[in-house]
Structure formats: C-alpha cells, structure tokens
Design a protein around this ligand. Structure first.
Ligand code: EPU
Length: 414
C-alpha cells in the first residue's frame, strides 16, 4: 500500500458491518436447521475464509450486496482442516456451533493476529462443564458429547471468544446454562440477537451474567451486523489528524464512549449525534493516559491507531495494553518514521509532537496495519506498507473509503 501523506480529508465515510460480529454470526448461523440471512456483512477477507468453511460443511451460501443467505438444509458435519481453521481466529466458533448442533466438532487450532499467546482454555473448560469430552492431538481438537447439559460456568477472564463459543454450545443443551463474568461487548449482543431470532432463549447478553434456556430446534432467522466500532474509531482518529468536516456515518454512539472521552480530553473538535460523527483536524492536542480495558472501557483494538494520534499531542502520553501480551509490534515502525516512543512491557510512553516521515513499514497485525495507515496519512512524503493482507482481513474497502474523502493511497501488486 503506497500512501502519499498530508492530504486534508473531507466528505463522508460510511461505516461497514463489524468484523468481530460478522465472524461470529456466520458460524452461529449453522445452528439453524433452515435458512439464515445476515445483512450488512463487511467485505473483508475474514468473512471470505468463513464462507469457505461453510462450503466445506455443505452449506449453501449466497452473498450479494453485503447480504449473506446461508441455507443449512444439506449441511454435513465434517472435519475442518488446519488450512481452513488457521486463516483466522474466529474459525474457533465452529467448535461451539458444531458441538451445539451435532454434539461433535473436529477442528484444528485457529489462526489470527499474533498479539499474544491467545489460549482457548476457557472455551474448552466451558465445553467440558456442558458435558463434552475433548481430545487434543497436536493442533487437532475433537470435542464430543453424548448429551449437553446446562451448567453454571464462571469465566476467569471476561473473554469475548469464550462467551460467544459457550453461548453457541449451550443454546440447544438440556436445561439452563449461566455464563458468569461474561464479556459484555456489543458483538456478543448481536450474536445473541441472531440466536434468539432463530428461537433460542438467551437473556442478559451485554451484561456480565448470561442465562440460556436450552431449546430443541432453531429455525429460519434474519439479523443485521452492527456497525464496526473499531473501523469507526480508526476513521475518527484519522479525522482528528486530517479532517475538514470529515463525517463518519452509520455509527452507534454508545459503542465508542471511551474513545470520545479521550478525544475530548485531548481537545479534538468532534461532534457526535446518534449515528454520525463530524471531526476536524485539531492543533495543539493535549497528551492523555489510556489503559485498554474490556467493554465499555477503551478497546484494545484501537490502541495502536490511537498511539499514532498521541505522537501528535504536545507532551507525554502513556498507553497501557492490558488485554493482550504482545500488541506493540507496530512501535519499531513508528519509531522508524520519527515517533518518540519508549516501550516497557506493555506500556508505551509517547512524547509529542513528532514529525513523521514516510518510509517502508510493515503491517505486523491487523490493527498495527491500521496504525501504519494513520501514520502514512500524516507523514511527510511516501509511506509503503507491506504485508497489507492483515489490513484487508478487517477493514472493508479501506483504500476506496479513504480516497473518496481525499486521501492518496494505492495498492501495488508485488
Ligand atoms: N484468554 C484466555 N483464555 C481463553 C480465552 C481468552 O486466557 O480461553 C485471554 C486472551 O489470551 C486475552 C484475553 O483473554 O489475553 C481476552 O481475549 P478474548 O477472548 O476476549 O479475545 P478474542 O475473543 O481472542 C476478540 C476479538 C479481538 C479483540 C478481543 C478483545 C474476534 C475474532 N477477535 O478476540 O479482535 O481484540 O476480542 O475485544 O472477535 C481485532 O479485531 O483486531 C482483534 C484482535
């Protein structure tokens, strides 16, 4: 990706469906015995990888204009090989969904961004509490149950992935399941909405205790993917650096409160209504301290792009990453561009204001890639971002969206 920095951005950017919802809704859809329609599906390579898995399972998939129709009438439960599972993290939702539907899942360990150890022990422990037996052979997981029975499951960590996976496994279990210390992210509510639309009985999604009354049959349903709060946040950060009445449309205001609070503390000129934000480039930004937290705290996924904004504040800011062990691989590249950043464990001190200069950098993971795009847009000269496949996994039409408001970005095949 070749970025010519320094262009003012004006116009409207429309936010797409949320990656982290869509990648859970698609595997959740297989729990239905008939047809599921998912609207507002983002055009990203992570959803393509899930469609490949659906096809492997003999589901009929029709995707047109962001509307995905999945017909499970001819579905078959088969092993999901490693070359399918390791394309993305969310392949692990087929564990819960296949276990819930067939009481058997055979799948290899998931892939995804290299941002820490990312174990799945809480998913597996929860499956066992529901009555499943797990055999692990290298990277291959065979999860089988004679019968799934409702259970009280306490999550040591309020994990998004484990919360969703356990909802999927428990939705058809006999009796009542309670997930305590559940994750509260909006994407979890979106998945519960789809399951309830199919006929499930899930209460409390979006709170730290989710109650699931098992049902026998799940049927035809429709759901809309919620707007992507991370994509929206990334463009708001870009707007704070380069916007001239940049409008970010189709957002859900309540999903990014922690970000607005920090932008306001920094002095950013941002106005937010129910479904849109208008942002202007702001001079004399103030430094702030931020710690990533579970929802509704400051989301870890915006940490890396946010740190680019902090390089432009006058003074010292501190960003502490508390969710993942290794989400700082973007820092050497920002330093190469001229940022003054000092990393100790997962805490980075950022001294601004720095003047960034374009150079060759890498998208070491999805949000690191977003940080490189933000940095490239404000840098003097040309920035070339390599390994952009990570960015395309999670940002729908990023080049087209940014160019439509005045950026100068192109993708060059190597
Ligand atoms: N954890 C465990 N054991 C488990 C599960 C999680 O120790 O069994 C730990 C993780 O290692 C991590 C913490 O708990 O340190 C939180 O992990 P969580 O399960 O909440 O994250 P995830 O489900 O793997 C999802 C998103 C991430 C997002 C996080 C936090 C998907 C596919 N991924 O990951 O998205 O950062 O929740 O909100 O939904 C991204 O979009 O860039 C991304 C990485």
């Amino acid at each position: 990706m070749v970025i010519e920095g320094g262009q003012e951005l004006t116009g409207i950017i429309k936010i797409s469906g949320a990656k982290n919802s869509a990648v859970a809704l698609i595997p959740a859809a297989i729990l239905s015995d008939s047809e599921v329609t998912i609207d507002n599906v983002p055009n990203i390579s992570d959803t393509d990888a899930l469609v490949d898995i659906l096809k492997l399972l003999k589901c009929d998939v029709n995707l047109q204009d962001n509307m995905m129709v999945i017909d499970n009438s001819h579905m078959e439960n088969t092993l999901i090989p490693e070359e399918y599972s390791n394309k993305l993290r969310a392949s692990y939702y087929f564990m819960g969904a296949l276990l819930g539907k067939y009481k058997k899942a055979e799948i290899y360990f998931p892939g995804g961004c290299n941002i820490g150890k990312r174990p799945i022990n809480l998913h597996l422990k929860g499956f066992e509490e529901l009555g499943a037996k797990i055999e692990i052979d290298g990277n291959k997981y065979t999860i089988v149950a004679d019968e799934l029975k409702g259970a009280n499951i306490y999550l040591d960590i309020a994990s998004c992935g484990a919360t969703v996976n356990l909802m999927l496994a428990a939705v058809k279990a006999k009796g009542v399941t309670k997930i305590k210390n559940a994750a509260k992210e909006p994407e979890i509510v979106n998945v519960a909405t789809l399951l309830n639309n199919m006929g499930a009985k899930i209460y409390g999604a979006g709170t730290s205790e989710i109650t699931i009354y098992g049902v026998d049959i799940l049927g035809k349903a429709k759901v809309e993917v919620i707007p992507d709060r991370i994509e929206a946040g990334t463009y708001m950060i870009i707007g704070a650096l380069l916007g001239n009445n940049l409008v970010i449309n189709d957002i859900i205001k309540e999903h990014n409160e922690a970000l607005y609070s920090k932008l306001k503390d920094m002095g950013v000129d941002i106005q937010i209504t129910n479904n849109c934000a208008i942002i202007n480039k702001t001079d004399n930004l103030k430094p702030v301290n931020i710690r990533s937290l579970v929802f509704p705290g400051f989301v870890t996924d915006l940490g890396q792009p946010m740190q680019v904004l902090l390089t432009q504040a006058n003074g010292e800011s501190v960003f502490e990453e508390t969710i993942f062990e290794n989400r700082m691989s973007h820092i050497p590249y920002l330093q190469k561009m001229g940022a003054d950043m000092e990393l100790t464990c997962q805490t980075v001190k950022i001294k601004g204001k720095s003047y960034l200069t374009g150079t060759n950098v890498e998208a070491t993971d999805l949000r690191a890639g977003a940080a490189m795009v933000v940095a490239g847009l404000i840098a003097k000269g040309t920035t070339e971002v390599f390994k952009i496949e990570h960015i395309l996994r999670g940002y729908d039409n990023i080049v087209e969206k940014l160019n439509s408001v005045g950026a100068n970005i192109k993708i060059v095949e190597e």
